[in-house]
Design a protein around this ligand. Structure first.
Ligand code: ZN
Length: 58
């Protein structure tokens, strides 16, 4: 039997990535879609500071 080891992170798990707003790696980023249609990642702090709306919440 080849059981799934579950490599995919469960929903709601923080995603590490590069925050385009403060130009650093953050351990919890969300995808942001700009008015121009471009998508960037922003950390939760920059989302709060710049009043960004995560893509999944739109
Ligand atoms: Zn940031």
């Amino acid at each position: 039997m080849d059981e799934s080891t579950g490599t995919a992170p469960p929903k709601g798990t923080p995603t590490e990535g590069f925050c385009s707003w403060h130009d650093r790696i953050s351990e919890d980023v969300r995808l942001i879609r700009l008015d121009s249609g471009d998508t960037h990642y922003a950390c939760v702090h920059c989302i709060r500071i710049y009043k960004l709306t995560p893509y999944e919440d739109q």
